[in-house]
Design a protein around this ligand. Sequence first.
Ligand code: SF4
Length: 249
Amino acid sequence: MSVTVIDARLRPREHLAAKTELAALQERAMGRDAHGLLELALTGELQGRTAVVSSFGAESAVLLHLMAQIDPATPVLFLNTGKLFGETLRYRDRLQDTLGLGDVRSIAPSLGDRAISDPEGTLWSRDADACCHFRKTVPLAKALAPFAAQITGRKRFQTRERASMEPVEFHEGRFRFNPLWSWSQADLEAYVQTHKLPAHPLVEDGYPSIGCMPCTRRVQAGEDYRDGRWSGLDKDECGIHLGTDGEGI
Ligand code: SF4
């Protein structure tokens, strides 16, 4: 298992400590399945210091169900960009009840940032990266600040950028656990069926990957499942680099 490059902004002593701690976590992560990786992230020295970041999108139920078996009171950071489908908000509420999630935190861009950066609410159509920055990057960075580690639902198969991800990484000042890193789409579907998890209502309507409403379209037969995200733009990630539960929110 390779060692992820440590954040270059750390001071030398912090850099060494983070590198040592990461190597130890990666050693302990070897051979663990998703449940085992979540135990590593949620117990021991990281207990109470880890948050899940979830979009409550098409694939979110798997990670949240796994997490709830270990500690349903784990903070779940839900990024409400102000541009989400109503179905996603209702699905969040349903999953919260179904899985018994005890600490779902909805985070959003500040009113001040909205007024300055996107008073008309149309920035997505002119500069998607800038829109993602103030609606996602900034509020998520603030919400993650108190935590030493985060859990994402990212998978290697999803994008080129994710193809080389490790189960445990260090990024932007905290550990990042990717318990589903090696899962395939078939693995996810099998897990959902086995545990009878509720599906996001838009999936059967042709949306296999769900983000903000203006930047998500239905996928046609023969297209990749993420082709409906930022369609027509050379963009397949939020640009936030903080990691989400797998769908780039
Ligand atoms: S996905 Fe689209 S609407 Fe959502 S923050 Fe990014 S650019 Fe804006």
